[in-house]
Design a protein around this ligand. Sequence first.
Ligand code: SF4
Length: 400
Amino acid sequence: EIVDFSEPADFYIINTCSVTHLGERKSRQLIRRANRLNDNAIIAVTGCYAQIASDEISKIEGVRVVIGTKQRDKIVDLVEKAAREDGLFNEVNDVMHMHEFEDIPLYGTPHRTRAFLKIQDGCCNFCSYCIIPYARGRVRSRELDDIKNEVTSLAKSGYSEIVLVGINLSCYGTDIGLELCDAVDAVCGVDGIERVRLGSLEPELMSTEVLNRLNKQAKFCPQFHLSLQSGCDETLKRMNRKYTTEEYAKIVDNIRSIFDNSSITTDIMTGFPGETEEEFEKSCKFAEKIAFAKAHIFPYSRREGTVADKAPNQVPNELKKERANIMIDITEKTRQAFMKSQIGLIQEVLLETRTKDGMLEGYTKNYTPVLIEGDKDMCGKIVKAKIEKVDGEYCIASII
Ligand code: SF4
């Protein structure tokens, strides 16, 4: 029986994050909270933080099983073993030489409209600030037949939208002689699936050929989350990113000319080591020029074991946050402008949930959030709607 995290449970599985200090702190807090709720519980800790700091995790009171980003299908066996035998079961081992994609079936999400399907793991880019290649290992891709089989069963369970995700999704297939477009074509070919979307992408692999091929699929949703990180070339170089701002802007122009009503969203980091006022200003101007439909802004977080952690001229925390707030203001304005640009358009909206106010919440193909009046039994359906106005975080639309 699955209980709410606020209630005592016999077993806890804490899936940890290591992408920032905050992710690690929150992971530790959750482990301690589980132990306070039931100090007899079996607590199993998995994920990136467990992979890179298994000794640290093992020392936290109550932890009985530690398993990193490999062999996670063994969690149930290990938890059962920990229930039978005393001691700590630390099963973390080297992930850097792993070549196979670890297939973990998807058991569904609460709303049964959109499923996130992981098709790729690992990354070989080694951006200078990032710990992920050490926590996830090299690029591994899921076989097309496995993808098709899983999507077929998701479609039978009622899912109509699939979001393909990965650690470095753009690299899908490079290890098995395939391309990301092959996975998109395979999923689009499954009956019952109406929409296919991509998760976060590294921009450099979004060539004109790839974009043209994606555009041939009527089910493909033109929402591109292109990770930018900085809008200044000098900063990008120190980050060991693989593109310049000129190349990035060209890809965005290409997307906008190939796809009808596309949206470009991104992640931007502020206060990377050595980021001067001048570099930050360049980054702001570039973000404004691209006019993102949405951006996730975060201050640089030092990660031990990375090149950037040892770099000179670390930016003080206060300044990183101050710059993040300035960048948030800029990208909020472009977000509002994007939302307003949708007014008057007739769009297909996949209705997902009913809000507290009795409205139905859904998303257009370019991932604009929309509220529509309608009955609850319309959830899960795609309707045609006219966007009437913008109200805060949502566009308000009416069904036509
Ligand atoms: Fe990390 Fe992404 Fe860079 Fe890979 S591409 S090293 S996951 S930031």
